[in-house]
Design a protein around this ligand. Structure first.
Ligand code: PA5
Length: 443
C-alpha cells in the first residue's frame, strides 16, 4: 500500500546511524509521555487520538454546514495562526492554481483576520461588495485582535448588505465551548457554532472543525483527510515508527550545530503547507533559549534566490524535502524545428520529469555542499495523503519537543507583542503598561 515515507540516507556523513540511534531512549520516553500523558503540556494532548475518535456525526454536521453556504459566491474564513494555517495549507495543496478554492458549484473560500493590513481589508471588502457571502469566524480564545477586527468589519458589511437574518444564517463561529467574546456573541446572535476542545491547541487543530469546515466549504473530502490521519495515527502508535525517525534525526542534526531546518518542496501547491509546518515546529520548539529554526523554500523558484546561500553559506542548515510522487496532469515539452532555445534535448519529455531531475540534482548538490537532506515522500497530493502527512508532522513534533526537553504545547512568547500593542493602544486594563511603554519610548 502506498503511504508517506521518511528516507534518511542523505544525512549520513554529517551524522552517523549511531548519532541517531543514541536518541532512541529519549524518543521512547517522549512516546511514553505522549501516550500516557505524563509530559509537560499534557493538558493539550487532545490531538493525539483525534483522527480515530472524531465521531462520524461531527463530520456529517460539518459537511451539512458547508452546504449552507451553497447560495454564496464567497465564504470568508477569519482566523490567525493555528486558526488559519491548516485550512489554508490543505486548500492550497488541493486547489487549481488559478481557480483557487472554487468547487464546481460552491463558494470560493477567501481568508481574513490573518493580518492587520488595512489595504488587505479594503480590497477584500471591494471583492465582496454586492456579492452574497458568508463568514466562518474561528478563534479558540475568542479574543484575538486580528480576527476580531476583521469579523467586526465583515459582519457589519454582511448585515448591511443582506440583512441581519441572512447574516445570522451565514455566519458560523468556531470557538471555545463556554469562554470568550466570540462564544457570547454567537449565543446572542444565534450563530451555528462548533467547539474547539480545551485540550487541542491552535497549531494542532487542523483536524477539528477549525480546519475541516473551511476545507469542506472549498469542496474537499474531509472524511478522506481524517481517514488518512487515522492511518498515520495507527502507523505511529508503536515504537520504531517514522515520526520517531524524523524527530530523532532532526535532533541529532541539531546537536551537531545544524540549527536551521529548511522544509523544501518542488511543488508550488505546498507553499502554505510549509507555512503550517513552520508554525507547528516554531511555536512548539522555540523556547527556553532552544529550538531548531524552521524555514522553508519553494523550489525550483527559490533556487534562484536562496540557492546560493543554501549551497554555499554558513553550514548550520539541514533540509527536509517533501517529495511528491505523481502530479495530477500530463504536460509534455513540445519539439521545435528551429530549436533556438536549445530545448529539443528534452522535447517529448514531461514537465514533471524535468522537475524531478531538478529535485534530484539539487539534493545531490546540497549533500555535496554539506547540507544533510531528510527525504519525505508523499505519493500524490490527495486528501488521504495530506491527512497522513499532517498527523505525521504533529506526532513527530510532540516527540521532537520532548527530546529537546521543552513543553511542545505552550507558546508563552507569543504574548509579548500583544502586551506592548495593547499598552500602545491604551487598552483598558493596561494603564500601567501604557505608562511604562511611553516612558521607554520618550527616553
Ligand atoms: O497555535 C496557537 O495556539 C496560536 O497560533 C493560535 O492559533 C492563534 O494565536 C490564534 O488564536 P485564537 O484561535 O485563540 O484566536
Amino acid at each position: 500500500m502506498k503511504t508517506i515515507q521518511v528516507i534518511n540516507r542523505n544525512v549520513l556523513g554529517v551524522i552517523s546511524e549511531n548519532d541517531i540511534n543514541s536518541l532512541q531512549a529519549a524518543a521512547n520516553s517522549a512516546m511514553e509521555k505522549l501516550h500516557n500523558g505524563t509530559g509537560a503540556g499534557n493538558d493539550f494532548l487532545g490531538w493525539l487520538h483525534l483522527p480515530s475518535e472524531t465521531p462520524e456525526a461531527l463530520l456529517d454536521d460539518i459537511n451539512a454546514t458547508a452546504k449552507k453556504f451553497a447560495d454564496c459566491e464567497y465564504v470568508v474564513a477569519i482566523g490567525i495562526g493555528g486558526s488559519y494555517l491548516g485550512a489554508k495549507a490543505v486548500i492550497e495543496a488541493l486547489s487549481d492554481s488559478f481557480a483557487a478554492y472554487k468547487p464546481a458549484n460552491g463558494p470560493r473560500v477567501v481568508f481574513a483576520g490573518q493580518n492587520i493590513g488595512e489595504d488587505y481589508l479594503h480590497e477584500l471588502k471591494g471583492l465582496l461588495a454586492g456579492k452574497k457571502f458568508g463568514i466562518i469566524v474561528i478563534s479558540k480564545s475568542g479574543t484575538t485582535t486580528e480576527p476580531a477586527i476583521a469579523f467586526r468589519m465583515l459582519r457589519e458589511m454582511l448585515e448591511t448588505q443582506e440583512g441581519k437574518s441572512f447574516a445570522a444564517a451565514h455566519i458560523v463561529a468556531i470557538t471555545d465551548a463556554h469562554k470568550g467574546a466570540l462564544r457570547k456573541l454567537a449565543t446572542e446572535e444565534g450563530y451555528k457554532t462548533f467547539v474547539i476542545e480545551d485540550n487541542v491547541g491552535g497549531r494542532f487543530s487542523v483536524l477539528t472543525p477549525v480546519g475541516l469546515l473551511p476545507i469542506a466549504v472549498a469542496g474537499y473530502d474531509i472524511k478522506a483527510l481524517v481517514a488518512g490521519a487515522k492511518s498515520m495515527e495507527i502507523a505511529t502508535a508503536a515504537a520504531g515508527n517514522i515520526a520517531e525517525t524524523y524527530a530523532m534525526t532532526r535532533n541529532a542534526l541539531y546537536r551537531t550545530g545544524k540549527k536551521i531546518e529548511i522544509l523544501v518542496n518542488f511543488n508550488p501547491k505546498l507553499h502554505y503547507f510549509a507555512e503550517w509546518w513552520k508554525q507547528l515546529y516554531g511555536e512548539s520548539e522555540g523556547k527556553d533559549g532552544k529550538g531548531i529554526f524552521p524555514a522553508a523554500v519553494d523550489n525550483t523558484t527559490d533556487l534562484h534566490s536562496m540557492g546560493q546561500w543554501i549551497q554555499d553559506g554558513e553550514r548550520t542548515i539541514f533540509e527536509t524535502v517533501i517529495s511528491v510522487g505523481d502530479v495530477k496532469y500530463t504536460e509534455v515539452i513540445p519539439s521545435d524545428e528551429a530549436n533556438l532555445d536549445g530545448l529539443n534535448y528534452i522535447a517529448g519529455r514531461r514537465v514533471d520529469e524535468v522537475n524531478k531531475m531538478a529535485e534530484l540534482g539539487t539534493q545531490l548538490a546540497h549533500v555535496d555542499g554539506n547540507v544533510p537532506n531528510i527525504l519525505i515522500t508523499i505519493p500524490e497530493l490527495t486528501e488521504q495523503y495530506l491527512g497522513e502527512l499532517i498527523y505525521f508532522f504533529e506526532k513527530a513534533c510532540g516527540i521532537s519537543g520532548y527530546i529537546l526537553d521543552v513543553n511542545p504545547f505552550n507558546q508563552p512568547g507569543v504574548e509579548a507583542y500583544k502586551k506592548n500593542m495593547f499598552a500602545l493602544l491604551n487598552k483598558p486594563g493596561y494603564e500601567a503598561e501604557s505608562a511604562a511603554i511611553q516612558a521607554k519610548l520618550n527616553k
